[in-house]
Ligand binder design. Structure first.
Ligand SMILES: C[S@@+](CC[C@H](N)C(=O)[O-])C[C@H]1O[C@@H](n2cnc3c(N)ncnc32)[C@H](O)[C@@H]1O
Length: 226
């Protein structure tokens, strides 16, 4: 992904969907020693203070992937690392809308092996513990709160059919959104396994996208953090 992004012309736009604190952009710099020449915009639903952002020179927007605050066909590439599957289903149509024809989308998605434990059992155990602590007026540790949040995320992925078992399921899901999959691979670091998915928005016959209108934003973004 990074060689492609690194080769984009200066006036190209790349969107990182669900960027969190911009860890990916920091990795581009720290590990691959690249600072893409194009314009990178990061977006996350969470309220992230400017001081917490790790790649300060990129524009950051607070918004949901379900309603992107951008004009149609503005982005040459969209990336999303372990975040797209947390977004509402409208994120697929929104990503298609804001991508240029011929634009690329690079996604890392969670794999079902992530939840090979009994989520319901673990969640109810934790809920019981939290109830007891609350009743006894004692403090709930940060570790417990974090564990609870992680289990809830896993529960969301499971209950909303976001955990694809096969490459065909991925191809068909994103195909329904108008994208062609050019690569679908499983990757693993020994602990976690994830899907790596490269998508292309097919070029139109006219083979041209809407011109940049001076701004990529559609005017609805309330929190553009510069
Ligand atoms: C596991 S983190 C990954 C963060 C980042 N991509 C990384 O690689 O470190 C998932 C991110 O998705 C964001 N997210 C969840 N739902 C979202 C939504 N509807 N719209 C935008 N971002 C969302 C979360 O706030 C969180 O920052």
């Amino acid at each position: 992904m990074h060689p492609y992004i690194n080769a984009l012309p200066k006036d190209s736009y790349v969107l990182d969907l669900g960027a969190g604190r911009q860890i990916l952009e920091k990795e581009w710099k720290d590990i691959y020693d690249i600072k893409p020449p194009c314009q990178v915009v990061t977006l996350d639903i969470a309220s992230i203070p400017k001081a917490s952002l790790l790649a300060k020179d990129y524009e950051h927007v607070q918004a949901t992937g379900g309603t992107l605050p951008f004009r149609d066909e503005q982005f040459n590439a969209v990336v999303s690392n372990m975040a797209f599957d947390f977004m509402p289903s409208q994120a697929l149509a929104e990503t298609y809308r804001i991508a240029k024809p011929g634009g690329l989308v690079f996604l890392n998605l969670h794999h079902p092996s992530l939840v090979n434990y009994d989520i319901n059992r673990e969640l109810s155990k934790l809920r019981r513990k939290i109830r007891h602590k609350t009743a006894a007026n004692s403090e709930i540790s940060e570790q417990k709160k974090l564990k609870f949040a992680v289990y809830r995320y896993h529960e969301y992925l499971r209950d909303n059919n976001k955990l694809f078992k096969t490459a065909d399921q991925i191809r068909s899901h994103f195909g329904e959104g108008g994208f062609n999959a050019s690569r679908i691979d499983l990757n693993s670091d020994g602990n976690d396994t994830w899907w790596e998915v490269d998508l292309v928005k097919p070029s139109t016959n006219k083979n041209e996208s809407l011109p940049l209108a001076g701004t990529i934003f559609d005017g609805s973004a309330r929190s553009i953090i510069k």
